[in-house]
Design a protein around this ligand. Structure first.
Ligand code: BG6
Length: 474
């Protein structure tokens, strides 16, 4: 049994979305199976299909059987879980449906008052968020009006806006109905075990932190590479592009975890304060500096993907040199490379240390060859390796790189939670540490908008599928 959780109703907007069927419903089921959910809970799926409660239960069951991992799908248990599922048919843009939703909620609460807390989850396309929030408010379901000690929370999926202005507009709408402490902006990267571990690795080990600065570190490389293209998401990708899809959120969140100062304590805001300082220290990239520091690419064949314009100039790759202008990091480049259809799927952070002042040992290029590195692999492996030089066996005094490696898989036996399982539990428990605060949304859009503005006339360089993309001169 995990943390104490209050009974609640989980209201899943976009209950028939890909995200719901692949991730959210299977995650909720597994949490229930592990007895991590509170004793009393209900899940109301909200969507447009003309189905009833049983129809939704059948759909959820099918999704769970298809997507829940492991051998835990036992039908008795699954049927019990499905008894907690309800359905409300609502056109999300119209106020009327929300009174039906409200009635459904009231009915559940009447029959079981311990379920009166409400968690709204928006697994919906970004354009619908303002409608949902406004209509929730009109139906008396807005967060600020939560009665007595009952809580109301809202979880919002990325993208949170598509630039600084739209993010602020969205924030103004959400802010009218919910307080910041009730808003959970999700970035699933923050639910990954090795990403959460960065904080622990850095601040629980006396031996790394003293070296974690410009005096000893030469450069940092953050790679988020995928070996597949945009799949069926052409329409979304044409409006998004890689800078918005990956850099503004996952990429900058990884950078902040590596660059932040120790928080004053482990409260959500203390941690997020430090990340925010990193975003504010990022050197803006401007028309004058962008060409030396950013390369954009587009994989060959992208323009032939479904729902992609034949002359699209949307980027599917970016390689960026960031600078964090503060006392710890001044002049240390943070290289960030991300892209679709690259040579392999890997998300990794490499911290490369400076060479010793004298290179006694051959070969002459041995510093680069054996430079000390800490390599944090987030996926597909979940490992941390330390690379160092050691004497090659034989008569000569020459160095070869070797590795000491920690692997989550072999060091721990726990059944692993997925990012969504972890983040769902955090949201239920009211822990916002791994959710994005509004100030971070804005400061990360600010720098990404800066690049997009400065490069608005640049056509991304084509690159062959399964290559490493165009190179940024280092
Ligand atoms: C999503 C992006 O946020 O993250 C996708 O929209 C991307 O384009 C995905 O494929 C990557 O997530 P993960 O966890 O597979 O690295």
């Amino acid at each position: 049994m995990g943390r104490h959780l209050d009974g609640f109703i989980f209201v899943l907007f976009g209950a028939e979305s890909d995200l719901s069927s692949r991730k959210l419903l299977p995650s909720l089921y597994k949490l229930a199976y592990w007895k991590q959910l509170p004793e009393k809970y209900r899940i109301i799926g909200v969507a447009r299909s003309p189905v009833d409660h049983d129809g939704f239960r059948a759909y959820a069951k099918e999704s769970i059987l298809e997507h829940a991992s492991g051998d835990v799908v036992e039908s008795g248990h699954l049927d019990m879980f499905c008894e907690n599922l309800y359905y409300a048919r609502v056109d999300l843009t119209k106020a009327e449906g929300y009174s039906l939703l409200r009635e459904e909620i009231d009915r559940i609460v009447m029959s079981d008052p311990s379920c009166s807390n409400l968690l709204f989850y928006l697994a919906t396309p970004p354009g619908l968020a303002p409608h949902i929030i406004d209509n929730l408010d009109k139906a008396g379901l807005g967060g600020k009006k939560g009665a007595c000690n009952q809580w109301r929370k809202i979880v919002i999926e990325k993208p949170y806006g598509f630039d600084l202005k739209s993010a602020r507009d969205l924030s103004a709408i959400v802010g009218k109905v919910f307080h910041e402490e009730q808003i959970y902006r999700i970035d699933h990267y923050l639910g990954k075990e090795p990403v959460q571990n960065i904080l622990v690795f850095r601040f629980s080990n006396g031996m790394f932190e003293p070296l974690w600065n410009r005096q000893f570190i030469d450069s940092i490389d953050i790679t988020i590479a995928e070996d597949f293209g945009i799949r069926t998401r052409g329409a979304y990708y044409e409006k998004s592009g890689l800078l918005r899809d990956i850099i503004q959120n996952h990429g900058l969140q990884l950078l902040a975890a590596i660059a932040m100062e120790p928080p004053v304590d482990l409260s959500a805001d203390a941690v997020r304060d430090e990340k925010e300082k990193v975003f504010r220290s990022l050197r803006p990239l401007t028309k004058e500096t962008v060409s030396d520091n950013v390369v954009l690419g587009q994989y060959e064949g992208y323009r032939k993907e479904k729902n992609v314009a034949p002359r699209s100039t949307v980027e599917t790759f970016a390689s960026i040199r960031w600078h964090v202008d503060n006392w710890r990091w001044k002049d240390v480049p943070f290289f960030m490379k991300a892209g679709k259809n690259l040579a392999k799927r890997v998300t990794e952070i490499v911290i490369t240390f400076k060479c010793p002042p004298q290179n006694f040992f051959g070969p002459p290029e041995s510093c680069n060859y054996t430079a000390n590195q800490i390599i944090i692999q987030i996926q597909p492996e979940e490992t941390i390796a330390v690379r160092f030089g050691t004497k090659r066996p034989g008569k000569e005094l020459v160095t070869d790189p070797v590795f000491m490696k920690f692997d989550y898989k072999t060091s721990f036996e726990h059944e692993k939670m997925t990012p969504y399982q972890r983040l769902l539990l955090d949201a239920m428990a009211g822990d916002q540490m791994h959710f994005i605060r509004q100030d971070a949304v804005e400061s990360s859009w600010l720098v990404v908008d800066g690049i997009r503005d400065a490069m608005k006339d640049v056509v991304p360089e084509p690159y062959p599928v399964h290559s490493w993309g165009p190179e940024l001169k280092r």
